[in-house]
Design a protein around this ligand. Structure first.
Ligand code: FE
Ligand code: FE
Ligand code: ZN
Length: 280
């Protein structure tokens, strides 16, 4: 069964997101844990969670991917910004225990001139401060485009972060197709080679989710501008190969393309058409 969905607005709570996901043919979805610009998260409403669980069970909704605010920077130069990142992640992970067994994804951060090594150290330090042995959420590092001083544009950087995390069993990676292509991994012409490289450096068992985005920019542009499926430099045929790849086809796929709900519904339907096997 293809696990495909998209990024949804959190305004209707978990139950609202569940209903929206079902209405557009999604069986997984992603959401921001709070306003991407930061700020307090809405308190968890047990009635909302209960209603969501009912909708999820009735409609076969699967893996949720919570996305940390993209403004979080665990390796900022200013200590108060790093403290904010740590407190926000700790709070997000506590909230995720209301929907246990899901995924939490974050952008590793930008070292803002302090250097990759220093950045990697601070990111690992943050993870060591927030991860707990009891948590049932897997925390994912997102592969980045390598824009500016972003950490995570190279698989080696993700591996170096994980190496310094004590609770490694809580860690995974979310691969973003637009980001890796922009970062200089040629998934378009050599998907097998990139997956071999990922396996060699990080280990494929760490790969837990895929962001499916076309890219507005050419290979290795280090830009990070998402495009609708088939509208960018990757193209529809690439996504057919991606979602059917024997090493990837059972992972959850999340669209973050520039779309409204109707556009997402069309892309989800397209992916189900492209998926080989009866259980699209
Ligand atoms: Fe992201
Ligand atoms: Fe992404
Ligand atoms: Zn992006």
């Amino acid at each position: 069964m293809l696990k495909i969905g998209c990024h949804l607005s959190t305004s209707g709570g978990f139950a609202g997101m569940g209903r929206t996901a079902v209405s557009i043919g999604a069986n997984v979805f992603q959401f921001f844990t709070r306003n991407p610009r930061g700020g307090a998260a809405k308190p968890i409403d047990p009635a909302d969670i209960a209603e969501f669980e009912k909708i999820a069970a009735e409609n076969g909704l699967q893996t949720l991917l919570a996305h940390a605010p993209y403004t979080l920077n665990a390796c900022a130069a200013k200590e108060n910004i790093r403290t904010f990142a740590r407190e926000t992640m700790a709070d997000d992970l506590k909230r995720m225990e209301h929907v246990p067994g899901n995924l939490y994804n974050f952008h590793p951060g930008s070292h803002v001139g302090q250097g990759i090594e220093a950045g990697i150290g601070m990111i690992a330090e943050t993870l060591n401060a927030v991860l707990t042995p009891e948590q049932r959420t897997t925390v994912l590092l997102e592969t980045m485009a390598g824009k500016g001083s972003e950490v995570g544009g190279r698989f080696e950087e993700l591996r170096a972060i994980i190496d310094r995390v004590e609770l490694k069993e809580k860690m995974g990676v979310c691969l973003d197709t637009c980001h890796v292509y922009d970062a200089g991994y040629d998934v378009l012409n050599d998907l097998d080679g990139v997956l071999r490289e990922f396996d060699r450096v990080v280990g494929l068992e760490r790969l837990r989710a895929i962001h499916v985005n076309d890219s507005k920019n050419p290979f290795a542009s280090h830009k990070d501008r998402h495009e609708v499926i088939g509208g960018g430099s990757l193209g529809t045929e690439f996504f057919r190969r991606l979602i059917n790849h024997p090493l990837l086809r059972d992972l959850p796929f999340y669209l973050e393309t520039p779309n409204e709900l109707d556009g997402y519904a069309r892309e989800i339907a397209l992916f189900r058409e492209l998926y080989e096997g009866q259980e699209a």
